[in-house]
Design a protein around this ligand. Structure first.
Ligand code: SF4
Length: 683
């Protein structure tokens, strides 16, 4: 059972009129659900409540139609029509003894209002804060300010009626009208709401007072505040106006929920920031208020959490991504099952999927957002009716996940891996600079598999097709992964590149041995996820001259969805990596790579020793072909992960889980429940 050194994490915390049962706090965070997917959103939150978190928060919840974030999936509490949904949210959280919190929000100058058609409002006339959007905010009159305060108050009252225990006032991430008023970057007013800090903080103070007056008898009022921004000379900073605001409002809210801003920094990936990365900015808050403080920093280590409490940094351990990767993290600490914690690897695939407008996907936790629609549980697997003898060939991300899931169901698993350690691609990628945390996805599964008596693991074991046939398994799972192409075919470069025989060709697969690195290399990224920039950085840090080229109009395009790209590019600049976009290789001649710029057709030549192709991957299909040639029954063979369709780590792990669940339950992966909007024909 629980180690006594973690007892402090299970102490209750009084927050205004309510009490959290422990210090594990799921802070408000985007989850990819909108008001159109209520069942998925409710189950997502209930799973965390079951997992032992003391407080479960919603994401930003729009208070009124004039804060419509358009294509971005957010929830709403515009009027009483939204109440039944919120009542169900709180009911399902309360069943498990957790408190329910709602983050009321108005996006101000960040809103788009394309759906509602209402004007965007802000403290002053200015462009919308999404730079690529050609929309302007209009200046709020005193009457507009009054209406906004009333809308916030009405939303708070609705939240109380819905059963929420904690009601947020939100001024963080630069997605808040209140931040717009607070910041010198966006507030150019000359009335009592502009100018001095005292004036700029006025609306915030009024809204906090309004909210306390409206719901403070029953609900705690939390203030979520980005105490430090990285944006401009007028930024709110932890040693400037951020600190001053905390001092001015110190005792007004019942809870301070503090972070850094914008979202790019708050949800920094593990490649860019380590566990606890926010402490240097948020750590001062507790010394300025007697009210409880919650903060985040991708905390997954119980000892680190204890130290935060003991050192008086925070009162509650805030989590967004760690609660996605492991909704049962508190229960595991409570049960003394530390080795079973599925630690967030900080890859930000969750952020990327949410940015694409769908319910978040997680690399570590394939069951996230499948709780309701597929009835998947992050810890439990239904028992198989008949125990089968299953041979899993390949212990990369998909093979490990399949083996673990099928073993939990009671099958007898033989897991064979050609190399000398479990993890496959996870280990390989974790060796690159900044990706060490990726190994956690292998470690978690390896630890569990090694505890199970129905799992036999064979390392350094190359199985031929005839070995497999001879083995006589009831099921053979082929998880042999993929390899990077060496001919230049990529997602935009559809034909092999001419003249590759004239230069040394490398791919990311070749980085086992750092001794053979070239002195100058052109990295050609037609994959557009992280690996291109990772190998470019790796080589630059080893002293190579690196030219990083992509045929797209932006470097590492998918990493923008993960909130990483701008900082990666900045880092590559710092390492003196030459970068070229819109640049397609036309030909390679002896010692030279010839390119053409997409729009202008300008020719460019790069004289380098080697060409590193990060283009596309192809499955390692030989084993499957050999098995088929030996006539093995196709009903017995399953191909999963990159060996079936190369892709992200998240897709590989998900593939392993989905295939195992299909085999265990007999339910096709094509069958799942769908959230449906109630259609009231009104024409
Ligand atoms: Fe963590 Fe990656 Fe899962 Fe997001 S997708 S919660 S960053 S492991």
């Amino acid at each position: 059972m629980r180690d006594s050194r973690f007892d402090v994490l299970f102490e209750s915390v009084q927050i205004g009129p309510v009490k959290a049962k422990n210090r594990f706090y799921v802070v408000p965070h985007a989850c990819g659900h909108s008001s159109l997917s209520p069942n998925g959103a409710i189950a997502f939150r209930e799973t965390k409540a079951k997992g032992g978190w003391g407080v479960i928060s919603t994401q930003i919840t729009e208070i009124s139609p004039d804060t419509d974030l358009g294509s971005h999936p957010t929830e709403r509490i515009w009027d009483d029509q939204d109440l039944p949904y919120h009542q169900k949210v709180t009911e399902r959280i309360h069943v498990h003894g957790a408190l329910a919190a709602i983050e009321l929000g108005h996006a101000g100058v960040r809103a788009r209002n394309l759906q509602s058609g209402m004007p965007i409002i802000g403290p002053s006339v200015q462009p919308c804060l999404r730079k690529e959007l050609p929309f302007y905010a209009q200046e709020m009159s005193k009457s507009d300010i009054k209406k906004f305060r009333q809308a916030h108050k009405d939303a708070a009252l609705r939240a109380k009626r819905a059963g929420y225990d904690i009601v947020y006032v939100y001024a963080a991430h630069d997605i808040s009208l209140l931040t717009n008023f607070l910041s010198r970057r966006t507030n150019f007013r000359s009335d009592e709401y502009g100018g001095s800090l005292e004036n700029r903080v006025r609306l915030l103070r009024e809204v906090l007072d309004d909210t306390k007056e409206a719901v403070g008898d029953k609900c705690a009022v939390a203030f979520r505040f980005g105490v430090h921004e990285f944006v401009s000379q007028y930024a709110i900073t932890s040693d400037g106006e951020g600190r001053d605001v905390v001092g001015m409002l110190a005792e007004i809210p019942d809870l301070w929920d503090v972070n850094i801003s914008g979202w790019t920094y708050d949800s920094s990936s593990s490649r860019l920031s380590e566990e606890g990365f926010q402490e240097e900015y948020t750590g001062f808050v507790k010394s300025m208020t007697s009210k409880p403080v919650v903060g985040v920093g991708r905390y997954t280590t119980p000892d680190r959490m204890v130290s935060l409490i003991k050192k008086g940094v925070f009162d509650l351990i805030g989590a967004a991504r760690p609660s996605i990767a492991d909704p049962f993290l508190p229960k595991k600490i409570e049960g003394g099952r530390m080795g079973e914690i599925r630690e967030c690897i900080g890859c930000n695939q969750c952020v990327a999927t949410e940015s694409y407008g769908v319910a978040v996907r997680c690399t570590q936790n394939p069951t996230i957002n499948e709780e309701w629609r597929r009835n998947w549980h992050p810890e439990e697997v239904p028992q198989a009716l008949d125990s089968k003898n299953i041979l899993v060939v390949g212990a990369g991300p998909a093979g490990l996940e399949y083996a673990l899931t099928a073993a939990k169901a009671g099958h007898q698993i033989t897991l064979c891996e050609q190399s000398t350690e479990l993890g496959g691609r996870l280990n390989h990628e974790a060796n690159f600079y900044g990706l060490a945390a990726y190994r956690r996805a292998a470690d978690y599964r390896t630890y569990l598999l090694k505890q199970m008596s129905n799992v036999d693991i064979y390392l350094g074991n190359h199985l031929s097709a005839s070995d497999i046939v001879e083995f006589g398994a009831d099921e053979v799972v082929v998880a042999t992964g993929a390899r990077w192409r060496r001919d230049g075919v990529g997602s935009t470069h559809l034909d092999p590149i001419k003249g590759l025989e004239n230069i040394q060709i490398l791919t990311p697969d070749d980085f086992q041995d750092s001794a053979s690195l070239p002195t100058s290399v052109l990295v050609y990224d037609d994959d557009h996820d992280y690996i291109g920039s990772v190998v470019a950085e790796h080589l630059a840090r080893k002293g190579c001259r690196v030219v990083f080229v992509t045929p797209l109009d932006q470097l590492s395009a998918w990493t923008a969805q993960k909130l990483e790209r701008d900082r990666i590019v900045e880092r590559l600049h710092g390492l003196k990596v030459e970068m070229h976009v819109n640049c397609k290789i036309t030909e390679v001649t002896s010692g030279a790579i010839h390119t053409r710029i997409g729009i202008t057709s300008e020719a460019r030549r790069f004289d380098v020793d080697a060409l590193l192709l990060v283009t596309t991957k192809i499955p390692k299909a030989q084993l499957l072909e050999d098995l088929q040639a030996l006539g093995m029954d196709s009903e017995v063979i399953q191909v999963i992960g990159d060996g079936r369709a190369p892709g992200t780590l998240q897709a590989a792990i998900y593939s392993g889980h989905a295939a195992a669940m299909e085999s265990i339950t007999g339910i096709s992966h094509q069958i799942f429940k769908r959230d449906k909007a109630t259609v009231e024909i009104d024409l």
